[in-house]
Design a protein around this ligand. Structure first.
Ligand code: MEV
Length: 422
C-alpha cells in the first residue's frame, strides 16, 4: 500500500518521533536513522576528501516538508535550511494544493549546454559555417570522452554556433548540447568542451579560451502547476491578493527578486539536503528570469473561472542523482532515499513543485495577515535560545514573546530571569 505524506501534527512530535515516521515511510535502515540523528558531524575522512583545507563541518538543520502529492505520488521532502518558517510554509501550502488534486509536473530531456569561446577569427561567420559543417566529427570527438554516459543513452547530441559582438570584437560561441541523464553533468560537459576545443581551433584558425558548462540550462527545464481551491486559501479575496502579487512580480524587478527568493527558499533547501550544487541552480533560475531582457518572476498565479487559484512555474533545473557530493555525503544519500526519486527528471520536477509550494506559502501570508505573525512565532524560539533558554523553557519563553508582540532578546532574557527565580 502506498504511504501518505499527510502526517497530522507532525510538527508537534519530537525529532525522535518524526524520524521514526520518516524511517518507516522511506524504509531507512537502523544505521541510516541513527546517522541522521547523530549527524551533527561528518567523519573527517569523508569531509577531508570533499573539499580542501578542511578543519571541521558546518551543520545545518534538516527537516521534512510534508503533504506533498505530485503526479499522484506522495513525497516526504528533506529540506536543509537555517530560516525558520520555510518548512512550515511549504508543508502548509502543499496541503492546500493537495486539496486541489496536488501538483502536476513535466520536464525536458536532461540536456546541459557547454560553451566554447573562439576568438581572434579573421571571419567569424565563415568560422561558424565551418563548425556547423563539422558537426558530426565534433560530436563524435565529444562522445569519445564518455562511453559510460553513452551507454546510458546520454552524450553530446547536438551543437550550435553564434557570432556575438563584444567589447573585444566578434567571437564565435559554440554550444555543445549534452544529454546528462541522471548526472548534473558539469564534469561530463566540461571534459567534452575541453576535448573538442583543439578540433574547433583547427577548423576555424581561431583561438579557444573558455570551455565550460553554462548554468543557464535552457534545455533542461522543469515545469509544475497546480490548482488551489479558494476555500483553503480563506476565500476569493486572498485569491485576488495572490493574483495581484503575481502581476506585481511579473512587472517589477524589485518585487520579482523577492518573489523568486521565496521560490528558492524551498528549492535550495532540498538541493542542499541532497548535496547538489545550489549555486548552479540559483544562477540558472535568475538568469532564466531575465532571459527576455527584463528580470521577472519565474512563477505565475491567476484566478480561474471558478474563483480558484492556479499557479505554474518553469525554470532550469540542473540536478543529479549521481556524482559529486550526492554520492559521497552520507546525509545527502539518506536525503535522496527519503525523497525516493528514480531519475534526475523526477528529482527536478519535485523541486519545481517544492518551489511553487514555497512561493504559494509566502504569497498567501503576504496577501492576508502578512508574514510576520507566523514568522515571528517561529523566530521567537530562536530568540529564546539566543537568550539562553534550555529545553522546556524555550517554548514557554517563545509563547510569551509572541503574546506580548515583543520578540526581542532583551525581553527574552527578562522572562528567563523571572522563570529561573521561581
Ligand atoms: C522570505 O524569506 C521570503 C519572502 O520574502 C518571499 C516573498 O516575499 O514572496 C516572504
Amino acid at each position: 500500500m502506498s504511504k501518505s505524506s499527510v502526517i497530522s501534527g507532525f510538527y508537534k512530535l519530537s525529532p525522535k518521533e518524526r524520524l521514526a515516521i520518516v524511517k518507516n515511510f522511506a524504509n531507512l535502515t537502523v544505521e541510516e536513522a541513527n546517522l541522521l540523528q547523530e549527524s551533527c558531524s561528518l567523519p573527517m575522512y569523508v569531509t577531508d576528501h570533499m573539499i580542501e583545507n578542511v578543519i571541521g563541518v558546518f551543520p545545518e538543520p534538516m527537516g521534512i516538508g510534508v503533504n506533498f502529492l505530485i503526479n499522484g505520488k506522495d513525497y516526504l521532502i528533506p529540506m536543509a535550511t537555517e530560516e525558520p518558517s520555510v518548512i512550515a510554509a511549504a508543508s502548509y501550502a502543499a496541503k492546500m494544493v493537495r486539496d486541489g488534486g496536488g501538483f502536476y509536473t513535466s520536464s525536458t530531456t536532461p540536456v546541459m549546454t557547454g560553451q566554447i569561446q573562439v576568438v581572434k577569427l579573421k571571419e567569424a561567420n565563415r568560422a561558424k559555417e565551418q563548425v556547423l559543417a563539422a558537426k558530426a566529427e565534433i560530436l563524435k570527438n565529444a562522445n569519445d570522452q564518455d562511453p559510460v554516459l553513452n551507454s546510458f543513452g546520454g552524450g553530446a547530441k547536438d551543437l550550435d554556433a553564434r557570432v556575438i559582438e563584444t567589447s573585444m570584437g566578434q567571437m564565435l560561441i559554440v554550444h555543445l548540447y549534452v544529454d546528462c541523464r541522471d548526472a548534473m553533468g558539469a564534469n561530463a560537459v566540461n571534459t567534452m568542451t575541453e576535448a573538442v576545443a583543439p578540433v574547433i581551433e583547427q577548423l576555424t584558425g581561431g583561438h579557444v579560451y573558455l570551455r565550460i558548462i553554462s548554468n543557464l540550462a535552457t534545455k533542461r527545464l522543469v515545469k509544475a502547476w497546480c490548482r488551489v481551491p479558494k476555500e483553503g486559501l480563506g476565500g476569493e479575496a486572498v485569491v485576488d491578493g495572490i493574483a495581484y502579487a503575481s502581476a506585481f512580480a511579473a512587472a517589477d524587478p524589485y518585487r520579482a527578486a523577492t518573489h523568486n527568493k521565496g521560490v528558492m527558499n524551498g528549492i535550495i533547501a532540498v538541493v542542499l539536503a541532497t548535496g547538489n550544487d545550489h549555486r548552479a541552480i540559483e544562477a540558472g533560475a535568475h538568469a532564466y528570469a531575465a532571459l527576455n531582457g527584463q528580470y521577472t518572476s519565474i512563477s505565475k498565479w491567476t484566478k480561474n473561472d471558478n474563483g480558484d487559484l492556479e499557479g505554474s512555474i518553469e525554470m532550469p533545473m540542473a540536478v543529479g542523482l549521481i556524482g559529486g557530493a550526492v554520492k559521497t555525503h552520507p546525509i545527502a544519500r539518506i536525503a535522496l532515499k527519503i525523497l525516493n526519486v528514480k531519475s534526475s527528471n523526477e528529482f527536478g520536477e519535485v523541486l519545481a513543485a517544492v518551489g511553487l509550494a514555497q512561493n504559494l506559502g509566502a504569497l498567501r501570508a503576504l496577501a492576508s495577515e502578512g508574514i510576520q505573525r507566523g514568522h515571528m512565532a517561529l523566530h521567537a524560539r530562536n530568540i529564546a535560545v539566543i537568550a539562553g533558554a534550555k529545553d522546556g523553557q524555550i517554548d514557554v519563553v517563545a509563547e510569551l514573546l509572541v503574546k506580548e508582540r515583543r520578540v526581542r532578546v532583551d525581553r527574552a532574557k527578562e522572562i528567563l530571569e523571572n522563570l529561573n527565580k521561581k
